[in-house]
Structure formats: C-alpha cells, structure tokens
Design a binder for this molecule. Structure first.
Ligand code: SAH
Ligand code: SF4
Length: 350
C-alpha cells in the first residue's frame, strides 16, 4: 500500500537554497538543479513547474507530481484613500494574517506579519487581543511578500522595502524570520539588500544580541513606547523581563554601519506617554546611542481605551527631541480609513 504521506503534495515555497539542492539530489539530479529551482521560485516568481524549461521533462513531471509552489491566498483586501492596501491573507490551515502594501513614488514598502497573534501582550495593541495562536513558517512569511507582489502585478525592477511590523514579535520567531530575510536578500531571490529589510521588536534582549552577530543582518527598530520603566511596564509587560537598562545596553552594543542609526519607535498615547517631560526623558535614555526616533500617533479602535494625541502634542514632543539633536520623524500609519492598527483587521474579521 502506498503511504499517504507520499501522496500528500509538499509546498516547496520557503525552502532555502541548500534544501532545494538536497531535494534535487534526492530526485536523482545534480545539486545545481536545486539552485535553478531557487532562482525560478524566488527570482522569477514562478509557480508552475511545467514552465521551468531549463529542467528536464522528467524532473518537471516528478516535481509536479509531488510538490507545488504555494503562497497564502488573498482573503480580504482593503484599499485606502492614501494608496496603501491592507491584505488579510489565508494560510494553509485556515489561519489568517495581515500584510500591507504601501506604494510610494520611487519604492514600495511591504509590511508583513511573523506570528498569528502575539504573546507579548502590549496593552495598546490589537494583535495582543488574540494571544499567540502560532508562529508563521518561513514560506508563510515570504509568501506574504510574493502574494502581494503577484496580486499587484509588481514588476521585478521595482525597489522594495520590507518591514517586519505586522502581527507578532519577529524576534520570538527568530529562525524563520532570519531564513526568510536571507532568501529575500539573496541576489538570485528578490535581491532586496539587508539594509532595506527592517525587523521591529518590542525588546527581546537576547535575540537583539543574536541579531547583532548575524553576518548580513536586517536593520533593527526597537519599540520604546515609554520614557520610564514604570510607564513601560504598565504598557508592555515584557519590560519586567527586559527592563530599560538592559534593553538600552543591548542597543548601545548593537553594531551599526557607518551611516546607520538605530530606529526607536514610540507610539504616542494621549495623556499617557505624550508629555514634554516624557520627551525629555526619552532624549536622555537615548544619549550615547546613534538613534533616530519614529513617533507613531496611536491608531485607536473600538476595543481598546487608548486615544490619539492631538497634532500639537505630537509636534511639541518632536521639538523637544529635535532640540536635543535626536532626529525625529512623525509616522502617520497609512490606511487610516481601513483599520490601520496592526491586528485590527484580523481581530475585527473574527
Ligand atoms: N512586535 C513588534 C512588531 C510589530 S508591532 C513590535 O512590537 O515592535 C509594530 C509597531 O506598531 C510597534 O512599534 C508597536 O508599538 C506599534 N503599534 C502596535 N499597535 C499600534 C497601534 N494601535 N497604533 C500605533 N502603533 C501601534
Ligand atoms: Fe506583539 Fe508588537 Fe503588538 Fe506588542 S506591539 S503585542 S510585541 S505585535
């Protein structure tokens, strides 16, 4: 009797170059066939083995009979007036994740998720309301990028930025995130230089140190979101495990390129962490770090009590930092009219 496992088709999407080389060998082919597969899948964005005319007819037939190349499917798509598109993408087990497509004049930024839900439980975050359902596999992380590129018909010449700022804590799914980044950065893959890939973390200190040791590492953004331990603990329970002193010392030691700055994100919550005194404390916390700050006025929604500060508060906060020579930018989340907050789309669609 034939084993059912052999009948089940396997998804090749998400396999690294060495894994595809091994697969080629197992199919009785030379290793370089694996490299051909790699550039067909990730570089040419091919999804149909029969079109891989560089391979022998018999290998194409074998691959088609046992494997497929599958991306997450578009379940919902919300177009914002600002041009960005929020996707709810379905994974093979029926779970879904959010990803955002943000076209700009000279480049397109893709924001992707790394976990279904999140265990970190930040009080202001919609994703946290789901708890952690599961980690997302490498192919599902990469698949969000490819699914959006295919849906939008994005040309290969378009400059891409990728930010791991969707649902989940990327550094708590470290191996899959790094593997996906390496495939994206590979010249035979999407060829996105690592400096145009950004991992955003709530502050998982040991993994920040690991990231610093990676040979070709993505950029790091740290979600600071508070100006004191007491305040941060109330907003981000993770601060109890990794308090500011530890977090900021890992940041101080993080290796930076010659012109690189470490990004700190700061979600501004009305009357909670948005005063000028907060801004002064942030400036002193960051002293000695080559930092830049992205201020994100909070995206509010029904389920959580936090509110967005008025623009003059945001500008006042920015001037305090700027006066202390901390480059500070205001990031208005795109897709305001289509439930922009991370996790909001998924949480509200059940
Ligand atoms: N888990 C990672 C990455 C995903 S969250 C992290 O926390 O960094 C990406 C960013 O969105 C974080 O800076 C987070 O603080 C911020 N964020 C979460 N919910 C938000 C909301 N409702 N409005 C504005 N920013 C939010
Ligand atoms: Fe998780 Fe980031 Fe949301 Fe915190 S802000 S709960 S770390 S996704």
């Amino acid at each position: 009797m034939i084993e059912t496992a052999k009948l089940a088709l396997g998804n090749l999407f998400g396999l690294a170059r060495e894994e595809l080389e091994r697969l080629a060998e197992e199919c009785g082919e030379p290793r370089y066939r694996g490299r051909q597969l790699f550039s067909a899948i990730y570089g040419k964005r091919e999804r149909d083995f029969t079109r891989l005319t560089g391979l022998s007819r018999s290998l194409r037939a074998l691959l088609s009979s046992r494997f497929y190349i599958g991306y997450p499917e578009v379940r919902e798509k919300l177009r914002s007036r600002d041009g960005s598109i929020r996707y709810l993408l379905a994974l093979a087990d029926g779970e879904s994740v959010e990803s955002v497509f943000m076209p700009e004049e000279r480049r397109t930024t893709l924001c992707i998720s790394t976990q279904v839900g999140c265990a970190v439980d930040c009080r202001f975050c919609f994703t946290a309301l789901m708890g952690l359902r599961r980690n997302i596999a490498t192919g599902e992380i990469l698949g969000q990028v490819y699914s959006m590129l295919a849906d939008r018909g994005v040309e290969k010449s378009t400059r891409l930025n990728v930010v791991f700022m969707g649902m989940g804590e990327p550094l708590l799914n470290y191996a899959a995130v790094m593997k996906a980044s390496r495939i994206m950065a590979d010249p035979a893959g999407l060829a996105i230089p690592a400096r145009r890939i950004t991992v955003s973390t709530s502050g998982v200190v040991p993994r920040i140190r690991d990231l610093g040791r990676e040979p070709a590492r993505p950029k790091l953004a740290v979600s600071l979101n508070a100006s004191s331990d007491e305040q941060r603990e109330a907003l981000m329970p993770l601060n109890r495990k990794y308090p500011l002193l530890e977090l900021l010392s890992a940041c101080r030691e993080f290796p930076l390129g010659p012109r690189e700055r470490l990004t700190f994100e700061y979600v501004l919550l009305k009357d909670i962490n948005d005063s000028e005194a907060d801004a002064r404390r942030v400036a002193s916390l960051l002293s000695g770090i080559r930092a830049k700050v992205n201020l994100i006025p909070y995206n509010s929604g029904g389920a959580l009590p936090y509110r967005t500060p008025a623009l003059d508060r945001v500008l006042a906060f920015q001037s305090v930092l700027a006066a202390r020579r901390v480059p500070t930018f205001i990031r208005i989340s795109r897709g305001q009219d289509v439930r922009a907050a991370c996790g909001q789309l998924r949480v509200e669609s059940g």
